[in-house]
Ligand binder design. Sequence first.
Ligand code: OAD
Length: 269
Amino acid sequence: MVQDAAGRGYHPGMRAAAIPPIDLGGDTRLLVMTGSGISAESGLATFRGAGGLWEGERVEAVATPEAFAADPARVWRFYGTRRAAAAVAVPNAAHLALAATEARLGDRFLLVTQNVDGLHAAAGSRHVIELHGSLWRSRCSRCRAAPVEDRSADVSPPLPTCPACDRPPARPALMRPDIVWFGESLNPASQEAVGQFIDDAALAGARLVFLAIGTSGNVWPAAGYVRYAAEAGAETWLANLDPALNEGWFDHVVAGPATQVVPALLGVT
Ligand code: OAD
């Protein structure tokens, strides 16, 4: 195995064909965390870095509840543009390799994503934990009515209002994207499912592998899952194009584009 001075992973430029697959044999459990980098080769912009979404738009202006309260039309324009881009994107070889691995490992596999683009489901992944919500749902900004499917990319004023709240004497309330914005809490059920998967592996005495793909390690709690998994004894892998902020916490770091690295790591040809 080619390793760097810290005993980790591979180096940029290594051909995918030369990357040996991760050992997923026996009762190995695989926990995967993906970020926007996995969808980059499907034509969707990542968030940080040159050309990233946060280069042209301040996070605080479009991805916080305060931003929505101050200028909901602007926030809807931002997410409308993203819906339009995601609507024409198709899953790439990395998404497909994960779906094939789920089909192979069944309950020994769990996919958690920070992405809201729906490309894992489009690739055939059956059980995806969407930590940061979904572009394809909207919900009331005031009441607790369940989110509804909404694929509309043209969300121009008058902005949509909640049918449940829109009955006198209640004041109308705006619908909002079903995205977890900065300053908001994640769905506790999502976090519990990840913890349960890790705990189950430990209880079963099974080998646990954690693989993060295409994520810069900037956003918590997602960036900390590698430590949680490592504390439970997991072997940890990062597949990313550029160095990630939390890179030092991984046993193995594979630098390269997801469409090449992920199928190779998962032994999907
Ligand atoms: P980032 O934009 O922070 O990081 C994307 C990572 O993907 C970078 O480290 C790139 O090097 C890597 N990358 C780019 N192209 C790649 C490719 N073809 N193959 C492999 N890796 C590639 O995006 P995230 O880490 O996903 O949250 O960002 C996390 C969260 O921050 C997002 O879910 C979003 C954002 O603010 C919310 O909107 C709530």
